[in-house]
Design a protein around this ligand. Structure first.
Ligand code: PA5
Length: 440
């Protein structure tokens, strides 16, 4: 029996019947079905596969092992620090920030940058009560290696070399990578990173271990993810949420709406945007077989704050955007009530007696209607606050949509060939700095 979805997906405002000429038609969507059947079959196979694939992670990930490890960490340490970048941190951070305990037994903090003024904080960490998890699929990522190598002397100074190693855990895949070699040299335990690209790995140990330590209901996340994965292999693309929404976004992109604005009306859902931006940009920004530069640009706007900033552009600027609202319908019942006290003042009268949450929800509705009236495509993905199941559904939906759009654009969503050049240049420029300073 199909489980009930807790993620509400309202895509009506992508269609012509709802927003007029700016919308796409049902028949255009249906026409893409033959082109997508191969991917439907592939997705069905991914789900059945014994090998880990992003779509079957809810079925193949060993949750007991993650919980066992997480319990040891939570019992032994007060803080957990994560080093990792891109797919090695954004998914875990999203889970922790949205679903983590408000008063966690173990504080989980992510460092994904090499800004020296931020990393200075690490000088003040009490390593005797802190677990360090270093995550890198390749094990060769300059930023993650540098974070670890610069913090190691302080850890060793505080704890002694042997104990420092016991406070570290490495998640990596590549046995030829530097991180694996460091683990061997220093005696650090290694957990295997699944053979899945970072930005699709949130539902593996990569995202789930930090999440579990932070008190996230990872069973709930995985149940929701599993239910959505099952819906995402439905052969009728009009009934398949990811294929339907992916195809609709592709059709809008064909009409020059290549900018994907994600606009959460909930402060903590901003972490979904951080994760999604990487997923969408790194998966879709590619050169296709004909040599054409492809891609859809993810950008972010915050409800309601950006109603006083970007909304004017969304409404009357170039018609090159599709807006995805993320909302929490539960806000309607939340927040303090605005007192009736000053209701004789005209600007206060319409507010008086309403909760802050009602104002939030009304503003979202107003923004959505204004966009729709101007024929600007938009959709709304709604989930309740701290609903692990719904967030699991959302993760798989957005991942599968990305793969659908990639298929229609004729590109491979799982690689990132162009970023290599910048990594090589970074090493060259570091060498230049060294020779200029006569260090080598
Ligand atoms: O999604 C990806 O594959 C990338 O964004 C990686 O996650 C990122 O480059 C970090 O790589 P690694 O996990 O090898 O350190």
């Amino acid at each position: 029996m199909a489980s009930l979805s807790r993620l509400s997906i309202d895509s009506e405002n992508l269609l012509d019947k709802s927003i007029g000429e700016g919308g796409i038609s049902q028949s255009e969507l249906e026409a893409l079905s033959p082109q997508l059947q191969k991917l439907v079959e592939q997705a069905q196979n991914w789900l059945k596969d014994k090998q880990p694939r992003f779509l079957n992670l809810p079925l193949t990930t060993d949750l007991d092992a993650i919980k066992h490890r997480g319990q040891i960490i939570a019992q032994s340490f007060r803080n957990t620090i994560i080093f990792g970048i891109g797919g090695s941190s954004l998914g875990g951070e999203m889970l922790v920030e949205i679903l983590g305990d408000e008063q966690p037994i173990n504080n989980v903090k992510f460092y994904d940058n090499v800004d020296p003024s931020t990393l200075i904080e690490l000088e003040y960490v009490d390593w005797s009560v802190t677990q360090l998890i270093i995550i890198s699929k390749s094990g060769n990522t300059a930023e993650t290696l540098s974070q670890f190598l610069t913090v190691l002397p302080t850890m060793e100074h505080q704890l002694g070399a042997e104990h420092a190693a016991q406070h570290c855990l490495i998640i990596t895949e590549n046995k030829d990578g530097a991180l694996y070699e460091l683990a061997q040299k220093l005696g650090i335990e290694v957990i295997e990173h699944p053979p899945i690209g970072g930005r699709f790995s949130v539902l593996s140990v990569v995202g789930l271990l930090p999440a579990y330590v932070a008190g996230v209901d990872i069973d709930g996340v995985m149940e929701g993810a599993r239910a959505m994965a099952e819906r995402c292999v439905e052969a009728d693309i009009l009934q398949n949420p990811a294929f339907y929404n992916g195809a609709a976004q592709y059709l809008h992109a064909q009409r020059n709406r290549t900018i994907s604005v994600v606009m959460p009306y909930a402060d903590n859902l901003r972490f979904v945007v951080n994760w999604f931006r990487q997923l969408w940009a790194e998966s879709l920004g590619k050169i296709d077989a004909q040599g054409v530069n492809r891609g859809l640009t993810p950008t972010e706007a915050h409800g309601v704050t950006d109603q006083h900033s970007q909304l004017q552009l969304l409404l009357e600027g170039p018609d090159d955007k599709l807006v995805t609202f993320l909302s929490n319908p539960g806000f309607r019942f939340m927040g303090r009530r605005i007192p009736m006290r000053f209701q004789d003042i005209p600007a206060i009268k319409p507010l008086a007696g309403h909760t802050i949450g009602e104002l939030f929800v009304a503003e979202l509705k107003a923004t959505r209607t204004t966009l729709s009236r101007r024929g600007r495509p938009n959709r709304t993905l709604a989930l309740l606050d701290r609903d692990a199941y719904a967030l699991g559904e959302l993760i798989i939906l957005l991942e599968m949509e990305t793969v659908v759009v990639a298929e229609l654009l004729g590109i491979d969503p799982f690689d990132q060939p162009a970023v290599e050049e910048s990594k090589i240049l970074t090493r060259e420029y570091l060498a230049e700095i060294s020779s200029a300073m006569n260090l080598i």
